[in-house]
Design a protein around this ligand. Structure first.
Ligand code: ACO
Length: 426
């Protein structure tokens, strides 16, 4: 028995045998050989590999996440977000000189054009910061028309630097606007996350010095969120990128996908759930409701991880470090009780439901003072590196053509335009 799969079309008796690749993949061209009009109906890409990628490897059964081959545990422990961003983009960890140059490039591109600031000041007073971010990232394409030259490597690099550098500035501006505070300009003497915290929280002091533990904790969270292979937003990035849109427009599309509560909004839902349970004593009753199908245990379960999400383990450690500085989040006790009860309950273990990355991240963000509306924005900042890594990979991939899925048409057959008086209905 070889590593092949044979498809037989019982309507015609025709068979096609194709080799199964080492990664358990077969080309869809096999089906086209059988019948050029045969379609695979796979609306949520359950069995469809939409691209080849060398960026991130996830093994859900084994609880493995690696960026360019490096385990997430090692990167979270020993690297930092900007180094990881360069790793994702280039495929290799940089040498000392290249890393220094990259940090410097990012640092000197943190400012935004004054008109970007004016643009953001035109939003409604209670605009959601994520809506502001999505729109402003799209607007950046009008400030950098050269970005359309996507096959010029230098031009491309410049836009990548701009996007990664400006994302924290736009995120902090969106927050400051939503709370009626003046914008704080970047302080280029600070590192990436410390600078972001300064733009978020600085009031009248000449220099905002974030607590190094909090700065580092945010950096670890940025490393954990930097990429997660072909999720919904990355797929949006690749789809828009496949039309050769400029990177600002494609990143705005990806961020718009992330804005959806099924994707980037789960950590916010975890906080609402914990607030609803209120105390550890409320946990057993809540678990019983979930088991009766009345709602879900938010922050549990994952489409890919059917084992512990490796990011959740690191986040739990980070949470302890943050709480040691800012004081514990009162909801932590509820979360811990919930985790303990769920992990000891057959309903959850039989369905392979374990804490995911969102179970503890919201608690950390909340303890650090971030409002709930900023949670998805905090996800979008680091994910920008992942989106761009996939965009660069896509542009260099000769197999990739414009993304154009097929559909199952279920609408009416041909019919003819009736006069207004002949139409049914009011
Ligand atoms: N609480 C209770 N039951 C659950 C949960 C949950 N969180 N997640 C899945 N189940 C149950 C389902 O009811 C189903 O049970 P059944 O077989 O008796 O019908 C079974 O487990 C399988 O669930 P599916 O919905 O088929 O699993 P899927 O892979 O489609 O969903 C998802 C994954 C969306 C993450 C789901 O687990 C969920 O809704 N979790 C809560 C939301 C969440 O935390 N999302 C963040 C994901 S991480 C991220 O996006 C960054």
């Amino acid at each position: 028995m070889g590593d092949t799969v044979t498809f037989t079309d019982d309507r015609t008796g025709k068979s096609v045998t194709v080799p199964v690749e080492a990664d358990n993949t077969i080309p869809s061209s096999a089906l086209r050989q059988l019948d050029p009009d045969l379609r695979v109906y796979d609306p949520a890409f359950f069995s469809t590999a939409s691209c080849t990628s060398a960026v991130t490897h996830v093994d859900g059964d084994a609880g493995i996440l690696r960026y360019r081959g490096y385990p997430i545990e090692e990167l979270a422990e020993r690297s930092d977000y900007l180094e990881v961003a360069l790793l994702l983009l280039t495929g290799e960890l940089p040498g000392a000189e290249a890393l220094q140059r990259w940090r410097q490039e990012i640092t000197v591109h943190t400012y935004v054009h004054e008109n970007v600031k004016h643009f953001m000041q035109q939003f409604h007073h209670d605009a959601h910061p994520m809506g502001m971010l999505v729109s402003t990232v799209a607007a950046l394409s009008t400030f950098y028309p050269d970005a359309k030259d996507i096959f010029d490597e230098d031009v491309r690099h410049k836009q990548i630097v701009r996007l990664i550098a400006k994302m924290p500035t736009l995120a902090a501006f969106a927050h400051r606007y939503s709370v009626g505070m003046p914008f704080v300009y970047p302080d280029n003497s600070l590192d990436y996350t410390t600078n972001f915290l300064s733009m978020m929280w600085k009031v009248a002091e000449p220099r905002y010095d974030a607590h190094p533990v909090l700065s580092r904790a945010l950096d670890v969270l940025f490393v954990l969120h930097a990429d997660h292979e072909q999720n919904c937003s990355t797929t949006a990035m690749r789809t828009v990128g496949s039309a050769h849109a400029d990177p600002y427009s494609a990143t705005a599309a990806a961020a718009a996908a992330l804005y959806g509560p099924r994707h980037g909004g789960a950590n916010e839902a975890v906080i609402h759930m914990l607030e609803g349970i209120a105390t550890p004593a409320g946990v057993p009753a809540f678990i019983e409701r979930v088991k009766r199908g009345e709602g879900r245990l938010m922050g549990f379960g994952h489409r890919v991880y059917k084992n512990y999400d490796p990011r959740a383990r690191i986040i739990k450690r980070t949470a302890d470090e943050v709480f040691a500085v800012v004081g514990s989040n009162p909801l932590l006790d509820v979360a811990l009780a919930l985790e303990e009860v769920a992990l000891g309950d057959d309903y959850f273990t039989e369905r392979q439901l374990y804490p995911n990355v969102d179970f503890y991240s919201g608690l950390i963000y909340q303890a650090m003072g971030f409002p709930l509306e900023m949670f998805t924005v905090l996800f979008a900042i680091p994910r920008t590196a992942g989106w761009l890594a996939h965009w660069v990979e896509l542009l260099g991939d000769r197999d990739q053509r414009i993304a154009r899925p097929r559909q199952r048409y279920i609408g009416p057959g041909e019919r003819h335009y009736p006069e207004l008086a002949e139409r049914p209905g009011p």
